[in-house]
Structure formats: C-alpha cells, structure tokens
Design a protein around this ligand. Structure first.
Ligand code: NAX
Length: 328
C-alpha cells in the first residue's frame, strides 16, 4: 500500500478551508488511490473550529484519510509536508493601507516559508491562496532558500476557471471545449485573461467571439471583478469555488495537463514574455510528471502586451514594497 501523502493546510478553520478539506480527504486533490494525512495549521483563535472540522472529517469515514493533526506552530505544521496549501492570510480591513496589509502578511508568510525550508519533505510543493497571493508566495519563497524556487506557486486557477465559464456562456460552448486560456500577471484586478490563443472546439476563441469590444469592456472586467461580485451577492467571499480551484491547481501540477491544453499558474518568472525574473506571475503552463513548464513562443499582440505589462508592473511594485519592509 502507498505511503500517505502529507498535506498541510493553513487557515484550516476558515471558509475556504471548510470547503477544501473534505475534497482533499475524499481523493480529489491527488487521486482516488492516494492516501493522505492532513496537517492543519491555525492560529490559536482558530484551533477550536479546526477541531470541529476534524471531527466532521472523522465522521465522513473517508477511506483515504489516514490521519488529521492540528498545529499552531508552523515548524510542526509543515513537518514532513509533501504538499502545502497556504490559505490563511490577513484580510484587508477597513482603513488598512496597502503597506500595512503587506507587512501583516509578511509576518505570516515569512515564518511559514522558513518552516517549510527547515521541516517540509524534499519534494514539497507549495500553493499560496491567501491574498495578496503572488506576493505572499514570493515572501515565503524568499524565506526558503534551500527549496527550489519553482516549488512556490500562487493561485490564479480560480480566475482561469471563471474566464472559461464566462467564455462558455458567451459562445454557447461547453466548458470542456475551451482550451488554452491564459491568465497573465497578478491575482488582482489587473490580471489579464487572454483568449487570443484560446480555442473553442478547435477554433480560435477570439475569432469565435468576433467582438473585441466584448473582450475589453465585458469579459476582462467581469473576470477580474468576479470576486467582488460574489461578495456583493453572497455576503461573503468566494469559498467553494476558491477551494475547487486550489484542488484543480495541485491536481494538474501533480497529474499533468491534458494533451493539447494548458493551464494558468502563478510561478516564479524565468524572464519569459518579458516578465522580470523572480516575480511570481501567472503564465500559461503545461504540467507533466509533477513539473510545470511555461508555454513558449506565443505571439503577444499589442492589446495583450499592454495588459500583461500593467499587471506585471503591479507585481514589481508589490515586490519593491515588501523588499523595503525587509520581507525579502
Ligand atoms: P477566512 O477568514 O474565512 O479564513 C482564514 C483562516 O486563516 C482563519 O481561520 C484564520 O484563523 C486563519 N489564519 C490566519 N492567520 C493564520 C496563520 N498565520 N496561520 C494559520 N492560519 C491562519 O478566509 P477565507 O475566505 O478562507 O480566505 C482565505 C484567503 O484566501 C484570504 O486571504 C482570501 O483573500 C484568499 N482568497 C484567494 C483567492 C485566490 O484566487 N487566490 C480567491 C478566494 C480568496 O479570496
């Protein structure tokens, strides 16, 4: 029988955690034949609720779930971790300046990066969900010099999935007919969902849509502002869809992209497409054998160039701000 995979989830008592843990335990993260052990990391105020969630996980009698432990100490929480989902973060509260937000999150992601560096398994893969996800991932990665940088990724899969869904609704296509969509840049309002290389049932998506104004004035803002629209409607931020995207991100990373398709992941740039090396930016990637590669050779038109550059400039600003705070 297979050795269980250790999956550490931070922010386990939060709303994304609640939607995420049951799907990990039922085999959706890694596969229906892969046993898992959950390591839940919370702050002291979250521990009791995490214990409640652990009781419910027990009550599901999931055959693949081989253990649940709850920790407050990141050094213990990441011990032996093969997969780490960094969900817990400090939300922006009223009156909080961006610098305050970055420094509050630096206080979370820097020690967590260090704990991953010192205690995680050699094959650790990290997904940062907690916002600002790209920059939090950069902070954690910088604090883990012994872990290959490419193991630190940030989630733009929710944006990717949202874009596919909007495109399907516009064109009447099925979601599974849509391939090669790309989210570029930051997981923020500046992100750029690119349909110029996307395909709908084998045809170029931009040609199928045939309406550049819809792309610029409806599609891009709808995808970029979807998180705010969910809050407006639901009275709470995206949770189940965010958890689903985290599952998709890791599942694709570990198990691969389908032939002829790619996905979007926030990853440390190698300089491709003019994105400064080291920034954690979203790119089109293919995955195989637990590794990802940036899709190369795509022609970037002026419309796309302008938007990619704007989002990447925002990432560079965030990096400079956290560098100034001494977090890198
Ligand atoms: P909640 O506030 O419901 O839960 C966060 C949990 O994290 C709480 O239980 C809290 O106690 C815990 N926590 C805080 N600091 C911690 C620390 N240092 N170590 C361990 N746990 C800690 O938030 P939720 O709705 O679950 O969202 C979590 C994060 O995901 C937020 O930062 C949110 O902005 C971000 N999101 C990112 C998305 C993405 O696409 N990348 C989309 C969804 C979501 O908005």
């Amino acid at each position: 029988t297979r050795t269980p995979v250790n999956v550490t989830v931070t922010g386990a008592a939060g709303q994304i955690g609640y939607a995420l843990l049951f799907r990990i335990a039922s085999g959706h993260l890694l596969g229906a034949d892969v046993p898992v052990k959950l390591r839940l990391l919370e702050i002291p105020q979250g521990v009791k609720a995490a214990e409640g969630t652990a009781m419910e996980l027990d009550d599901c009698a999931f055959p693949l779930l081989k253990g649940i432990d709850i920790f407050e100490d990141p050094n213990k929480g990441f011990e032996g971790a093969n997969i780490a989902l960094l969900v817990g973060a400090r939300p922006r509260t009223k009156g909080m300046e961006r610098g305050d937000l970055l420094s509050a999150n630096g206080g979370i992601f820097k020690p967590q990066g260090k704990a991953i560096n010192d205690h995680a398994a050699d094959d650790i893969k990290v997904l940062v969900v907690g916002n600002p996800a790209n920059t939090n991932a950069l902070i954690a990665q910088a604090a883990a010099p012994d872990v290959p940088a490419e193991r630190f990724t940030a989630m733009t899969r929710l944006d990717h999935n949202r874009a596919i869904s909007q495109l399907a609704a516009k064109t009447g296509a099925s979601v599974e007919d849509i391939k090669r969509l790309t989210i570029w840049g930051n997981h923020s309002a500046t992100q750029y969902p690119d349909i110029f290389h996307a395909e709908i049932a084998g045809k170029n998506a931009a040609e199928v849509v045939g309406d550049q104004a819809w792309v610029a004035d409806t599609f891009i803002p709808t995808v970029a502002k979807r998180g705010a629209a969910i809050i407006e409607a639901r009275g709470a931020s995206s949770a189940a869809s965010a958890a689903n995207a985290a599952i998709d991100h890791v599942h694709t990373w570990v198990n691969g992209t389908a032939e002829g398709d790619w996905t979007s992941m926030g990853i440390p740039s190698d300089g491709s497409y003019g994105v400064p090396e080291g920034l954690i930016s979203s790119f089109p990637v293919t995955c195989k054998d637990g590794k990802y590669e940036i899709v190369q050779g795509l022609e970037i038109n002026d419309f796309s160039r302008e938007r990619i550059d704007a989002s990447v400039a925002e990432l560079a600003e965030e990096r400079d701000a956290v560098r100034e705070l001494g977090l890198l």
